[in-house]
Design a protein around this ligand. Structure first.
Ligand code: SF4
Ligand code: SF4
Ligand code: SF4
Length: 264
């Protein structure tokens, strides 16, 4: 088991940590590293391009395969062009959907206020683009110097750390959710396991899923609960578009009522 974990960590250390899912692993680099260790082909990391496919083939003593093609041109280091997201701020409606979609927390802003991308942190993973309801996020090519190997490794380590921090925050948020849900739930347990055995990443604690109430609810309470849930959903939807103090207060009251009734 220790050697399996060590192999997965060695593979993960070579992956770009963009967490884009373009390899077919929705939750990012670590699940792909695990799949490679179990036999999946090691040429599917699109942002890593041919250099990553070749390094992995050498590590695993496998034959060299042509890397999965990118839509971007190839840079001088053999990897696809680095890109960054830019929000057209005058068109942004402040819905916050892009924030929870960003795996490395590179977007700042809050409800109703315009959002902006911290370009130093953005990996160009594109995950913020589909959730944006007004399509105001562009990808632009990054023309800075291609990073040296040590700079890239430091960057990857930082992205990994940021992604684990993001997962931990989303995990806590899953239970006491505020704001819209954009990303499908991440398989947190895998990351939690690795977080305890990987240096320089925050330890991830899996939050206990709420247990289903064991009490049998009478028909009146069940109907009341359904009504409250519908009202809550409606309010959450409205608040995700436009903040409103009264609606937020009503949402708070309804959430309390729901908790009380569920425990009835
Ligand atoms: S950076 Fe590569 S390995 Fe990581 S999620 Fe994207 S495609 Fe997969
Ligand atoms: S800002 Fe968008 S493109 Fe940049 S890292 Fe975050 S989700 Fe990816
Ligand atoms: S998803 Fe689009 S509209 Fe919503 S906050 Fe982000 S950039 Fe602005």
């Amino acid at each position: 088991m220790t050697s399996e974990i060590s192999l997965i960590q060695q593979i993960d250390a070579l992956l770009p940590q963009t967490q884009c899912g373009l390899c077919g692993h929705r939750d990012g680099c670590l699940p792909y590293a695990k799949a490679i260790s179990e036999g999946e082909e090691a040429n599917k990391c699109v942002p890593g391009g041919q250099p990553v496919a070749d390094t992995l083939a050498a590590l695993l003593n496998r034959s060299h395969l042509i890397a999965e093609a990118s839509v971007w041109p190839i840079q001088s280091d053999g990897r696809p062009q680095r890109v960054k997201a830019v929000i057209r701020e005058d068109e942004c409606i402040g819905c916050t959907k892009c924030i929870s979609a960003c795996p490395v927390d590179a977007i700042i802003g809050s409800g109703k206020l315009m959002h902006t991308v911290l370009t130093d942190l953005c990996t160009g993973c594109e995950l913020c683009i589909p959730p944006c309801p007004v399509d105001c996020i562009d990808l632009v090519e990054e023309f800075d110097q291609v990073p040296s190997e040590p700079v890239r490794i430091a960057e990857q380590n930082d992205l990994r750390r940021r992604y684990y921090a993001h997962i931990q925050r989303e995990e806590k948020r899953r239970i006491h959710r505020k704001g819209p849900v954009v990303r499908a739930e991440i398989d947190t347990e895998l990351f939690a396991q690795f977080s305890t055995q990987t240096d320089s990443v925050p330890v991830i604690e899996v939050v206990e899923k709420p247990t289903t109430p064991v009490v049998q609810l009478d028909a009146k309470t069940t109907i009341e609960l359904a009504k409250i849930r519908t009202q809550i959903k409606k309010l959450e939807k409205q608040l995700s578009v436009r903040d409103d103090a009264k609606k937020r207060e009503l949402l708070h009251t309804l959430t309390q009522q729901l908790t009380q009734l569920q425990g009835a």
